[in-house]
Design a protein around this ligand. Sequence first.
Ligand SMILES: [Fe+2]
Length: 177
Amino acid sequence: MHNEPFTNIDVLIAHLEAWSDQASVEVEGLTELDHGLQCAETLAAQSPEDAELAIAGLVHDIGHKITSPETHAEDGAALLGGLLGSRVAAIVGLHVAAKRYLVTTDPDYRALLSPGSVETLKMQGGDMTPEEVAAFEAQSWWKDAVRLRRADEAAKVVGRTTRGLSDWLPKLCQLAG
Ligand SMILES: [Fe+2]
């Protein structure tokens, strides 16, 4: 299992390809790759010009199967930052905090959470305090992390058709420089 920062795009691509054989941590009936592709597809539909955000959606759960539910976002940022840049890393790193933020600030959001997300929310700290909300809103790219988080929750549809991983490889390679 890969557990050190990705420095080579081919290694990252091989890791994502292997997701097609791995059951999603978050939803029964999907693979990790299905979930990432659905998230990327939603973000790309909302903001076609923002490839970085869509790629962040594709790879946001890179920490799954490597680390724990509590720390997979921050660990994912550390795994990806050197290869995909600081914005992708920041968005990935904040996507769990964004769940706590939305639960705290958006009364309708909690009802959208999948049973798995409700369960992990407890381990991840539950609701934010007002101080934590203010600290979250002071982070760079926090609004993008909130957008990814909403797409994340919507990316749990068994049977949904999306573009495949190969369609994202040019953008992924471009980002990795
Ligand atoms: Fe996710």
